[in-house]
Design a protein. Structure first.
Length: 161
């Protein structure tokens, strides 16, 4: 087992094993540092380094890479809420219907400065000019429901924003 060629193949096989493990197992850079250590140990074996040197390369590089990648892994593991990102930012926003929503069909609403295809939450008709609140985003359309603004003196058809 002191033959450098044998250890070269052992280190290369270990590299492949750790790399495939990192790719297939959901993790946070846990196996990748060991693959890096095995690569450098394989380089040592290819250059004819003693077995002790190869193991030292593996242990030192694996340990160093492991501790170097921990902050990145922690940052990636933090699960930030998906609300407020992309189209989901619209959830909870108030909008005005600019093209009436027929029963069971789509209408058009102005959400902020963007026009969106909208459908009512319960499939009912919503008149043009009605204020609505976005409750969900499904693909390229928003799901809305009419809202009553307390203290509003405007008519139900044309409430003010």
């Amino acid at each position: 087992m002191d033959n450098p060629d044998v250890w070269l193949w052992i280190w290369l096989g270990t590299t492949v094993l750790f790399t495939v493990g990192e790719i297939t197992v959901a993790g946070s850079f846990f196996l990748l540092p060991f693959a890096a250590g095995a690569v450098l140990a394989a380089v040592g074996a290819a250059l004819g380094a003693a077995l002790v040197v190869q193991w030292l390369l593996f242990v030192i590089v694996s340990g160093g890479a492991f501790f170097a990648l921990r902050p990145l892994a922690r940052r990636l593991d933090i699960s930030a809420p998906a609300d407020g990102i992309g189209a989901r930012r619209l959830i909870g926003e108030t909008a005005r219907i600019i093209d009436a929503i027929p029963i069971g069909d789509l209408g058009l609403a102005l959400i902020g400065r963007e026009e969106w295809r909208v459908e009512s939450m319960d499939g009912s008709a919503v008149a043009e000019g009605t204020l609505v609140r976005v409750v969900e985003v499904r693909g390229t359309r928003a799901v809305v429901f009419p809202v009553d603004l307390p203290g509003s003196t405007d008519s139900p058809e044309r409430p003010s924003l």
